[in-house]
Design a binder for this molecule. Structure first.
Ligand code: THU
Length: 139
């Protein structure tokens, strides 16, 4: 459950915009940045990293999850993802699953100006997560 705290959306979006400027996207030229807040108050970020073998591209959220784990892990409580135009972008399906692992259904996702902030549980309903692995294992 997300604690009732004030989410610094302006800072998270600014962090995502800064991260988008560090993106490596020579193929699509869609420069994506992501910035998130952890339960213990850390700020983590990531940028997309493309590859000549297109399918190996790492999304910005993927890089953010790497930053999260590298800097001590813990739970993500809020996240902003923007494209190079500085405006929020909805995480792709694969990234919703990656984020679910580290933030669960209560993770708040920036919806953009005039759009509602959405919980990851609404973006990825009926998600398969760590609890399902534990509960369905035969061993
Ligand atoms: N991209 C992200 O970084 N995150 C998403 O959630 C959607 C897509 C990147 C991948 C690729 O480098 C570029 O955007 C165009 O698809």
């Amino acid at each position: 459950m997300t604690s009732p705290r004030e989410i610094p959306w302006t800072d998270l979006r600014a962090g995502a915009r800064a991260a988008s400027e560090r993106s490596y996207a020579p193929y699509s030229r869609v420069h994506v940045g992501a910035c998130g807040l952890t339960e213990d108050g850390r700020v983590v970020a990531g940028s997309n990293i493309e590859n000549a073998s297109y399918g190996l591209t790492l999304c910005a959220e993927c890089s953010l999850v790497s930053d999260l784990v590298r800097t001590g892990g813990g739970r993500l409580v809020a996240l902003s993802v923007v494209a190079g135009d500085g405006e929020p972008l909805a995480p792709c399906g694969r990234c919703r699953q990656l984020l679910y692992e580290h933030g669960g259904r209560d993770l708040l996702v920036d919806g953009g100006e005039g759009a509602p902030t959405r919980a990851l549980g609404d973006l990825l309903p009926d998600a398969f997560g760590p609890e399902d692995v534990a509960g369905r294992s035969s061993r």
